[in-house]
Ligand binder design. Sequence first.
Ligand code: NI
Length: 129
Amino acid sequence: MERPGSVDLMAVVNTVHEPWSPRTVGTVNDYDVRVVRAHGEFTRHSHPETDEFFLVLTGSLTIRMDAGDVALSAGEIYIVPKGVEHQPVSPEGGTILLIEPTATVNTGDTPSELTAERRVVRGRPTGSP
Ligand code: NI
């Protein structure tokens, strides 16, 4: 069996120019690890079935919620509880790492023009440069 290679997160992000279009870079049991470029305003939505984990890798992200906004900088995490309406926004732009079940759709219960298919990026084969 071929051993999966490592994944350079920023190299993956740098191949994706459109914002809010996540790439799955790995799976942990039933969960996806995804990276996404954030810029501007995303669709307000909720995930009735699951929490959603955010880690800001670069730049910044604000998660708007009825209970108040959460402003995140690089190196900060936030977990949106399941069922909670949230709208990620990033006026200055940023890159985000997400952890959520593989079946999770980015716009949750609110399909929009920003709804994205699950797209998986394979790591480089072990030993390649
Ligand atoms: Ni969400």
